[in-house]
Write a protein that binds this ligand. Structure first.
Ligand code: ADP
Length: 449
C-alpha cells in the first residue's frame, strides 16, 4: 500500500481524495497555486506545497513543478483527480519514469482512449456498437458532406481531442456544413491545440447513459452499473442520477457487458467510465471513455455503497478486485452547484462567499471545498459544490433533493441552486421522460420566484 499520496488537483476532488487517504492510513500532500492558499485541501492535507501563480499553466498543469513537489515530499503515489492532468498520457509516463505510481491508467491506455477517433476504432474492433460516422478524421468539407449524405442528416461534427462539450456542431443540411466545420475547427484549435474533426450521425433525442467500470492489474474488469447524465446544458452535465429512469434489467445486462468488453479490450486498469448514447428504441452506441474518476462518481458510491476512491487506490496498489458486478440498491442524484448566474446566461460569478450553510440530514451528502469567508477564484472551473441525495425510490430522492436545496444558503455570489430547485419541480423531469434535449424545452425565466 502507498505510504504518501500527492494530490495533483484542487477543490472538492482534492479534499475528497484526502478524506479516503486518511481513512486508509495514507499520508497526503496537497499542491496549490497562490490563488488557493486558503483552500481546505491545503489545510487538511498532512503537507502542502505551493507550486506557482494562479494560472493553471503555471501551477496545476505544470508537470515539472508538480514533479518537484513529488520529489521533495517523497510521495510514492500521485492522484490526478479529474480535469487538469488526469488524462494526460505524458504525465502518466513521467510518473512511471520517476518511479512514482500514477493512480490511473498507463500512458498506453490513455492514448488509446483519449483520442476519440482512436477510441472508436478500438471499440469497433472489440465488437462494441459505435455511432455510425466517418472512419477517422475528416480531410475537408467535401469529404464531410459526402459522408453526411451517406449516413444521413442530421450529423454532428466532433473534435477528436474533445472534452467539456467543446468543438461540437450539429449540421442539418449541406449548406450549413462549411460554417459549422470552420467554427468547430476554430474552437477545437483554441481549446485543445488540435483541430482534428470527425463526423457522426446525430442521434436524435438520445439519453446520455454511462457505465462506471473498474479494472485491476490482473485483467479483471467489472461494471458498477450506470449513471444517467442526460440533463445537460451545452453538452455539459448538470444533474446525474442512478439508476437511469430509462433502464431495464435487460438493457443493463447488455450495456454492462459492452462496457466490460470495452475495458477488457485495452486491459484497463483503474476506474473509468464508458459513455453511451441511447436512442428511444433503446439502441445504444459507444461515445467515449473517460480514463479517470469522474465528477459524478458519488452517485455510484451512494447506490452501491462503496468508496470508489478507495477502490481506485487499492487497484493502483496491485490489489485484485472481487470479480462481480455491482447493482444499484438505492436511488441517488447529484446536482452540480456552480458559481454562475443562471438568469444571466449562466455567466461565471466568482467572488467572496459571505455566508454558507449546507444542507444536512439522512441521505444528504455535500462534497465541497468552500465555506463562509472563502473567495471563489476566477481562474478555474466554476463548480463549488456537489449536492448528492439518496433514497429508496426516485420520487423520494427528488423530494429529498428539493428539501436539501431549500436548506442550501450561499450568499455573496450567484449559484445554480435556483436552477436545480426549478428542475426538481419540472413535470417532465419528475416523470423521468427526458433526453439530452431537455434544456431546449425549458425556460430559465420560468424559474424566477
Ligand atoms: P465531451 O467529451 O466534450 O463531453 P462527448 O462526446 O462526451 O463530448 O459528448 C457530450 C454530449 O454531446 C453528449 O452527452 C451528448 O449530449 C452530445 N452528443 C455527442 N455526440 C452525439 C451524437 N452523435 N448524437 C447526439 N448527441 C451527441
Amino acid at each position: 500500500m502507498f505510504n504518501k499520496i500527492l494530490i495533483a488537483n484542487r477543490g472538492e476532488i482534492a479534499l475528497r481524495v484526502i478524506r479516503t487517504c486518511k481513512e486508509m492510513g495514507i499520508k497526503t500532500v496537497a499542491i496549490y497555486s497562490k490563488a488557493d492558499a486558503d483552500s481546505l485541501h491545503v489545510r487538511f492535507a498532512d503537507e502542502a506545497v505551493c507550486i506557482g501563480p494562479p494560472p493553471s499553466s503555471e501551477s496545476y498543469l505544470n508537470i515539472p513543478r508538480i514533479m518537484a513537489a513529488v520529489e521533495i515530499t517523497n510521495a510514492d503515489g500521485v492522484h490526478p483527480g479529474y480535469g487538469f492532468l488526469s488524462e494526460n498520457a505524458n504525465f502518466s509516463e513521467i510518473c512511471r519514469q520517476s518511479g512514482v505510481k500514477f493512480i490511473g491508467p498507463t500512458p498506453e491506455m490513455i492514448n488509446k482512449m483519449g483520442d476519440k477517433v482512436t477510441a472508436k476504432e478500438t471499440m469497433i474492433k472489440a465488437g462494441v456498437p459505435v455511432v455510425p460516422g466517418s472512419e477517422g478524421l475528416l480531410k475537408d468539407v467535401k469529404q464531410g458532406i459526402k459522408i453526411a449524405n451517406q449516413i444521413g442528416y442530421p450529423v454532428i461534427l466532433k473534435a477528436t481531442a474533445g472534452g467539456g462539450g467543446k468543438g461540437m456542431r450539429i449540421v442539418t443540411k449541406d449548406d450549413e456544413f462549411e460554417a459549422a466545420w470552420d467554427s468547430a475547427r476554430k474552437e477545437a484549435k483554441a481549446s485543445f491545440t488540435n483541430d482534428g474533426i470527425y463526423v457522426e450521425k446525430y442521434v436524435e433525442e438520445p439519453r446520455h447513459i454511462e457505465f462506471q467500470i473498474i479494472g485491476d492489474q490482473f485483467g479483471n474488469v467489472i461494471h458498477l452499473s450506470e449513471r444517467d447524465c442526460s440533463i445537460q446544458r451545452r453538452h455539459q452535465k448538470l444533474i446525474e442520477e442512478s439508476p437511469s429512469p430509462f433502464m431495464t434489467p435487460e438493457l443493463r445486462e447488455k450495456m454492462g457487458d459492452a462496457a466490460v468488453k470495452a475495458g477488457k479490450s485495452i486491459n484497463y486498469e483503474g476506474v473509468g467510465t464508458i459513455e453511451f448514447l441511447v436512442d428511444k428504441y433503446r439502441n445504444f452506441y459507444f461515445m467515449e471513455m473517460n480514463t479517470r474518476i469522474q465528477v459524478e462518481h458519488p452517485v455510484t458510491e451512494e447506490v452501491i455503497d462503496h468508496d470508489l476512491i478507495k477502490e481506485q487506490i487499492k487497484v493502483a496498489a496491485g490489489i485484485p478486485i472481487s470479480g462481480k458486478n455491482y447493482y444499484p440498491k438505492m436511488h441517488a442524484m447529484e446536482c452540480r452547484i456552480n458559481a454562475e448566474d443562471v438568469f444571466n446566461g449562466f455567466r461565471p460569478s466568482p467572488g467572496k462567499i459571505n455566508s454558507f450553510h449546507s444542507p444536512k440530514g439522512h441521505g444528504v451528502r455535500v462534497d465541497t471545498h468552500v465555506y463562509a469567508g472563502y473567495t471563489v477564484p476566477p481562474y478555474y472551473d466554476s463548480m463549488i459544490a456537489k449536492l448528492i441525495c439518496k433514497a429508496q425510490t426516485r420520487d423520494e430522492c427528488i423530494k429529498k433533493m428539493q428539501r436539501a436545496l431549500d436548506e442550501f444558503v450561499i450568499e455573496g455570489i450567484k449559484t445554480t441552486v435556483p436552477f436545480h430547485k426549478c428542475i426538481m419541480k419540472n413535470e417532465k423531469f419528475k416523470s423521468g421522460d427526458f433526453n439530452t434535449g431537455f434544456m431546449n424545452t425549458f425556460s430559465i425565466d420560468d424559474c424566477i420566484e
